[in-house]
Design a protein around this ligand. Structure first.
Ligand SMILES: Cc1ncc(COP(=O)(O)O)c(C=O)c1O
Length: 449
């Protein structure tokens, strides 16, 4: 039964749309996203209290050090099946640290997808390298054949971003990276706990990064992590995230290993956040299970509609379920669909990102990133765009650079799947889609696009 009492099985095609003055499917906004946060309770509270009572909030020493960061790193290593993990202050910080560990700098090109988050670009640009845009495909992640096209003698690496909760074609991307002798960094900020063929994302490439910001599968408000199976890269990451120097078991800086006398960024994770993350990590499988259950129930219902194309999922068993993406025939239909769904109550406001046409999805879309399109510099000399080392690497970032992505963004709608959706909420979403699809453009449900 939906919020206004309609039984899904008896829905009539003739129901008047709310956008035309009919009765909306629901009036209450959908729950906000923020997957891990919905599962917070007194366990996180106790964890925080434990740290405060110890008066030891710094990871390397304290009055009565609890070792929360170290324990979290050990627990996430086990969860992911990876040899090294390093807690950091944010996903953005994790990207900077990982790219520094990988030795990224001027004269290098780093391949990034057209659909990403601005921090990926920022990390490359801040290190003086040139981001090279590769197109995506219907997975909404990197298209491996376009990655091949983008590789030049200056390419140092590929950043694969597992976007909107579901993995990229990571085994194929790994094969390309190995064959072309470039590094592969996985950005798992939006896909913590995701996997491909039972191997967790973040463990395929040379390094992986995670974010534990508010809107992530597990969260401490802010936070991040760098993982790797490569010990040398891990040691470099440890030095770069801290003072520039590695530390011994007592937390003292080591100065006699010249390979690890680098430059630091001060991105250390604190004990308070680590204590929260230890609890959140335990809850992650339940958070993912809830989102997957909701998402796949809605997907199964929508599969029958020929007017919609659902995002292609690389491994449905490894999808964390955090988002649903549906594509329509064209930009106008997508916009009308989104507006009609919003009128039916499928949205959240004033906060939240439910039901958005993807061109409006801000700094996730390459051509929306103003400082990228304009090749803006923070300094006065045009760093990194005008560096002599980058002069053979002229790039374009204006709309049109990634035509497949452009076309997908304008005709696709993104819906967040909160980890606390009730069956009635799911019914409402399905009901609203059915209502709108039944009337959309007067097309029959068999008409393909
Ligand atoms: C794909 C991706 N990478 C990196 C980040 C950066 O993480 P943070 O916000 O923790 O800096 C985000 C955050 O939204 C993200 O979505």
């Amino acid at each position: 039964m939906t919020e206004n009492g309609t039984n899904l099985r008896t829905l009539q095609n003739s129901e008047a749309l709310a956008i035309e003055g009919g009765k909306p499917v629901r009036t209450k906004p959908l729950p906000l996203e923020f997957p891990g946060v919905h599962y917070m309770n007194d366990e996180e509270e106790q964890a925080v209290l434990r740290v405060i009572r110890s008066r030891s909030l710094f990871r390397y020493y304290g009055v009565d050090l609890q070792g929360e960061v170290e324990a979290f790193e050990s627990e996430i290593r086990q969860f992911l099946g990876v040899s090294h993990a390093l807690g950091v202050t944010s996903g953005t910080g994790a990207l900077q640290v990982a790219l520094s560990a990988l030795g990224v700098g001027p004269g290098q090109e780093i391949i990034v997808p057209a659909y990403l988050w601005v921090s990926v670009m920022a990390a490359v640009v801040n290190l003086g390298a040139m981001p090279v845009l590769a197109d995506i495909n219907e997975t909404f992640c990197l298209d491996p054949s376009d990655v091949q096209r983008c590789i030049t003698p200056r390419t140092a690496g590929i950043i694969a971003v597992h976007m909107s909760g579901a993995p990229a074609k990571i085994p194929t991307l790994l094969k390309i990276a190995r064959e072309r002798r470039v590094f592969l960094l996985e950005d798992c900020a939006q896909c913590a706990g995701g996997s491909v063929g039972s191997k967790k994302v973040g463990t395929f490439g040379d390094m992986g990064i995670f974010s534990f910001q508010m809107n992530k599968n597990m969260s401490s408000g802010e936070g991040g992590c760098v993982v790797s199976n490569n010990q040398r890269l891990y040691h470099r990451a440890v030095a770069c995230h801290d003072t520039g120097y590695a530390r011994d078991l007592n937390g003292r800086a080591i100065f006699d290993d010249l390979d690890l006398c680098l430059w630091g960024r001060g991105y250390r994770l604190g004990e308070l956040r680590a204590a929260i993350l230890r609890v959140q990590l335990k809850k992650l499988p339940a958070v993912i299970a809830a989102m997957r259950r909701s998402k796949y129930r809605i997907r199964r219902e929508l599969e029958q509609y020929a007017q919609l194309r659902l995002r292609s999922i690389v491994d449905p068993n490894g999808d964390t379920g955090a988002f649903l993406i549906v594509s329509l025939r064209d930009a106008e239909t997508a916009r009308r669909m989104s507006e009609a769904l919003r009128a039916e109550g499928i949205g959240t406001s004033p906060q939240g990102i439910n039901n958005v046409v993807m061109t409006d999805w801000g700094l996730h879309i390459y051509s929306n990133i103003v400082s990228l399109v304009n090749q803006t510099s923070v300094d006065r000399k045009g760093f990194p765009w005008k560096l002599a080392e980058n002069q053979n690497s002229k790039q374009h970032y204006t709309k049109g650079t990634c035509p497949v992505a452009d076309r997908l963004f304008e005709r696709s709608i993104l819906l967040a799947i909160p980890s606390c959706l009730s069956e009635a909420d799911e019914d409402d979403i399905i009901h609203a889609f059915r209502k709108v699809l039944a009337r959309l453009s007067g097309k029959t449900s068999r008409e393909r696009f």
